[in-house]
Design a protein around this ligand. Structure first.
Ligand SMILES: [Zn+2]
Length: 272
């Protein structure tokens, strides 16, 4: 059954026409190597961007992606996204982005601006988020900002009203701060479904990005982003940029594995 589902997902994305502009997603860019899989040392980040730049890729901005999300044959557009808006990420990546003339979008948890990451159960309080003043200054340099909600909660667990407030309040907060429209949202933990997409649409978003998603057909409110990790090689980064069948297979396999583990845990709990 698992193989049939993997093949179905591979087949649905297999034709070149169906390929969209890829979104590469990073979390923390750090000065040193760390055991945290969401952390990428800046030297590695530099090497990856040099490699992507060397292949002739150009980073697009949100409006360009919304206007035409599809990659032309032989096209080399991509989007660079950073979840969580950590201070360390900008400090260690900004000069590298400038070096390769890449733009990027940073997804902000508006309830945590200037605070430490107490929402993160794995690294509670260890990292500081950008302050409002820093975000305003960075916005003037051309970096883009999107919403990553107010509190970084799993939206699937919230009522419609609470979910709407998470999406609408964070959007309005950023728009008032920056004086620019905020069109893109990154769902915390990549968790969303049709109900959440509809609420996001009502809140005024035009693009919903989710890490770990497997896209059967293009849906602007559930666009897959490709997480990039310290163990990614040149081959896997290239595979994610061209959204190769092999990388999709790996992603779907990992996703099914984690779904299977969650199901098993639920069954075991039921038998306790
Ligand atoms: Zn996040």
């Amino acid at each position: 059954m698992i193989l049939a589902r993997l093949n179905e997902e591979r087949g649905a994305l297999g034709t070149p026409e169906s390929k969209t502009i890829p979104i590469l997603a990073y979390h923390k860019i750090t000065s040193h190597l760390s055991l945290d899989p969401d952390s990428m040392p800046m030297s590695m980040f530099d090497k990856q961007l040099r490699f992507i730049h060397g292949m002739g890729y150009r980073a697009v901005k949100t409006e360009e992606l919304i206007e035409n999300p599809f990659q032309a044959s032989g096209g080399k557009k991509f989007m660079l996204a950073f979840d969580d808006a950590y201070e360390t990420t900008v400090r260690n990546s900004f000069h590298i982005l400038k070096k390769y003339n890449f733009s990027g979008i940073i997804f902000v948890i508006t309830g945590y601006m200037g605070k430490r990451n107490y929402w993160d159960t794995r690294a509670r309080g260890k990292f500081k988020h950008l302050t409002e003043a820093q975000i305003k200054r960075l916005s003037k340099t051309g970096l883009e900002f999107g919403s990553h909600t107010v509190n970084h909660e799993n939206l699937l667990h919230l009522t419609n009203e609470k979910c709407y407030r998470e999406l609408k309040d964070s959007k309005e907060h950023l728009e008032n701060m920056l004086g620019k429209p905020v069109l893109a949202l990154s769902y915390p933990f990549g968790k969303q479904n049709e109900r959440i997409q509809e609420i996001a649409r009502k809140a005024g978003y035009k693009l919903g990005v989710c890490i770990h998603n497997s896209m059967r057909k293009y849906n602007p409110m559930a666009v897959r982003s490709w997480g990039i990790y310290p163990w990614d090689t040149r081959a896997s980064v290239r595979g994610k940029l061209v959204q190769s069948g092999f990388e999709q297979f790996k992603l779907n396999f990992i996703k099914l594995g984690s779904e299977g583990a969650a199901l098993l845990n639920a069954c075991l709990r039921r038998n306790d």
